[in-house]
Design a protein around this ligand. Structure first.
Ligand SMILES: [Cu+2]
Length: 176
């Protein structure tokens, strides 16, 4: 992408990307009831639920709304830190897609719904962080295959201290 000629072709692509982003945002929904938030830990001890106590991060309830655009999806899940040390979500990937990133849905100063990167997201000790509609989500770009309800994709989340957690996200009927 060095030639000046390619610059001319970039604009339609960029516009297309904006269109895709808006489309997927709509599929994210804006269910105000479940904005992202840090919920204080419940008392339920999780020992035994996940045999891997090497790290104290547990990822559960991963789902992906059936994408409106077959190449882009948003995964919702819950990250729980059962340990006594803060951790950070520092990366995300998927064997089922080209590119994965952590996003937060926001409303810009002009009142438009958009999203921004949520890099190095802090997962406080003893807390739960919900990735829900209208809030945090794991953005999946370039899905390798068209998905149907009931299909699954794998998402790998990388934490600063706990290392990698692979989770299976089931494709579900979008909430509307
Ligand atoms: Cu997003």
């Amino acid at each position: 992408m060095t030639a000046a000629a390619s610059t001319r072709r970039l604009r339609p692509v960029a516009l297309l990307m904006v269109g895709l982003a808006v489309g997927s945002l709509a599929s994210c929904g804006d269910d105000a009831a479940s904005t992202d938030s840090q919920v204080s830990a419940t008392d339920s001890p999780a020992a035994g639920v996940d045999g891997d106590r090497a790290g104290s991060i547990v990822v559960e309830d991963a789902t992906m709304d059936l994408p409106a655009n077959p190449e882009i999806g948003a995964v919702h899940l819950i990250i729980r830190n059962d340990g006594d040390q803060d951790d950070r979500l520092v990366g995300a990937s998927s064997p089922d897609a080209d590119h994965v990133s952590v996003h937060r849905s926001v409303v810009d100063p002009e009142g438009r719904a958009t999203m921004e990167p949520a890099d190095d997201l802090r997962i406080a000790a003893g807390s739960e962080v919900m990735f829900g509609h209208g809030g945090l989500h794991v953005m999946i770009d370039g899905l390798h295959r068209e998905l149907a309800v009931g299909d699954t994709i794998t998402v790998v989340l990388t934490f600063e201290h706990a290392g990698e957690r692979a989770v299976t996200a089931e494709v579900v009927e979008p909430q509307s």
